[in-house]
Design a protein around this ligand. Sequence first.
Ligand SMILES: Cc1ncc(COP(=O)(O)O)c(C=O)c1O
Length: 389
Amino acid sequence: MKIEALHCWPSWPRYGELEQVEVARVVSTNQIYADREVVEFEHAFSDYQESKYSVGVGNATQGLHLALAAAGIGQGDEVIVTPCSWISSASAVLMQNSIPIFVDIEGSTLGLNPELIERAITKNTKAIILVHLLGYPAQVEKIQEIAKSYGLILIEDGSHAPGATVNGRKVGTFGDLGVFSLHQRKAISTGDGGVICTNNEDLASKLRRLRSFGDEELSYNYRMTEFSAVLGKIGLKNLDLDNNQRIAAAHQLANLLSGKGWVKVRLTPENQRGVYHAIALEFDLPTTICSRILTTLLELKLPVRKLGGPLNRHPHFAKTMEPARGYPWLHSNYTGYMRDHSYHDLDLPNAYKFTDGRLIELYAHPGTEEKHLVELAGLLEHIVHQESN
Ligand SMILES: Cc1ncc(COP(=O)(O)O)c(C=O)c1O
């Protein structure tokens, strides 16, 4: 096989003439920080989500922080988080001087394991942040029930999953608050941007106060720009069609690789619409071979990467560079579980397993065609054959 002859994979984002015209239009108004366009984007996002309120922010890291702050989560409070995500899903908790409690993911969804959540709840627990990882929905209905029965705030990080549904309902609307990243690499791509949706009027107005120098309490400048909002409106209009292409690519690749014992293309169950921010390729091969597969694919400039994490072993928790405000789990008013346990040594077998290099994320952006997938399937077969002999 001549592997240097691969077709070039579509890149993301794909801004076109409309984006250029709209950004230029915003510049021509001389009003580029949060104004009319942001309000319009917020309305459009609420309509799409079927949620009552949406609040645009500068990015999802700010969104997660603001969500916790608006919900009144603070010093000494424990927040249950996943070890498999981008660091913001856990570091936002530190920004509120609260304590992240890592709970393992389940193999079936890659999201938080509801049973383990229940076991991790203590008198200090105030909130849960779940992540719909790579666009595969977590068991959000079960987790919502748990949150309700223990009186906990539920925040959904839907950064990888705008447009995903569970039993027909959009992710981000099950929790008290749903947070989405509109970063350049995400499905709604605005450079930097974020949005929080909620059905709770009090939370929505608190989010708005905290977002932009509210007079009464400590608040922030976490505003969205008009540029981000116009790009967001266009991205939102294209979202369903773009997601359909990602979904079709995942199914095509699953067909092409079906029956290969050494790899599984993860698909979502019937009652869900997964949106395949990235397709999870799970290899049943030694990690050394997986690492060579990844290196070869990257050398060929294919859009892949190893699943990141586990977050509990991120330097933020390794006590190498203490922030000026200290470590919240060592504050004198905190006597809970993490006071005398090491983040590094937590018992999170699935998180360690899925981040050991055997799960490779493949970004089949809109525009990916059958020829790309056929070539990739052949290439994988070729590498595996070579490496196994
Ligand atoms: C799951 C998840 N949550 C939050 C974030 C943070 O998003 P932002 O870059 O908009 O702050 C990211 C970014 O990659 C992410 O992947």
